[in-house]
Design a protein around this ligand. Structure first.
Ligand SMILES: [Fe+2]
Length: 200
């Protein structure tokens, strides 16, 4: 894939996310910030994941759209929609397995379906997208992974699957995001990514 095909894909992803998330509150603002965070670390990936990363960042939450939410498990709904629309399997796989999908799929008895339909992406690409997601607030501002996890637990009541799945995966999500952040800070020490993202 050449540079212009690459950027065209990002533009298409942005347009689709804008269309599907227009009535979902601030989810588009959140997704925009996830893209900005992911851009800081794109160079850490090799192809084809490097080209898939930013489109996946734009599209990772489209499963919240009422137009495509079938199972109400947004990673699976989003990935299925993208697969049906002909998006690359790398993008679909990143969306299907983003952030806390694994724990939530298990609680919804959809883990088998998820694994059958979408292969787990490589660790590096998955961790990068999770870090970008966990350092982007619901309204599109930079936050720490701890602040983000606390915010999710507060927003979703203790009786919800989302809350219980975050509780189950909390330490792993936090450590993964903080480890990734440390690696990123070592590679790019002058761009100031570490200071505002430090765990409080
Ligand atoms: Fe997200």
């Amino acid at each position: 894939m050449n540079m212009s095909e690459d950027s065209n894909l990002v533009i298409q992803a942005k347009e689709l996310a804008t269309f599907l998330l227009h009535d979902t509150g601030t989810r588009l603002d959140h997704s925009r910030h996830v893209v900005e965070q992911a851009q800081l670390a794109t160079e850490m990936l090799d192809e084809p994941w490097k080209s898939a990363l930013l489109p996946a960042a734009w599209l990772h939450d489209i499963g919240y759209s009422k137009d495509i939410g079938i199972t109400k498990f947004h990673p699976l709904d989003g990935a299925r929609y993208l697969r049906n629309e002909g998006w690359s399997m790398e993008i679909c796989r990143l969306v299907a397995w983003h952030t806390n999908a694994e724990a939530e799929a298990e609680m919804r008895d959809l883990d088998y379906v998820l694994a059958i339909e979408f292969e787990v992406p490589p660790k590096e690409a998955r961790e990068l997208l999770a870090w970008a997601d966990l350092t982007s607030s619901p309204t599109g501002e930079r936050c720490s992974p701890q602040e983000r996890l606390d915010e999710i637990l507060e927003r979703y009541g203790s009786e919800t699957v989302v809350h219980r799945a975050i509780i189950q995966a909390h330490d792993q999500l936090l450590n993964t995001a903080l480890d990734f952040q440390d690696r990123l800070s070592e590679i790019y020490p002058i761009n100031g990514v570490s200071a505002p993202l430090s765990n409080p």
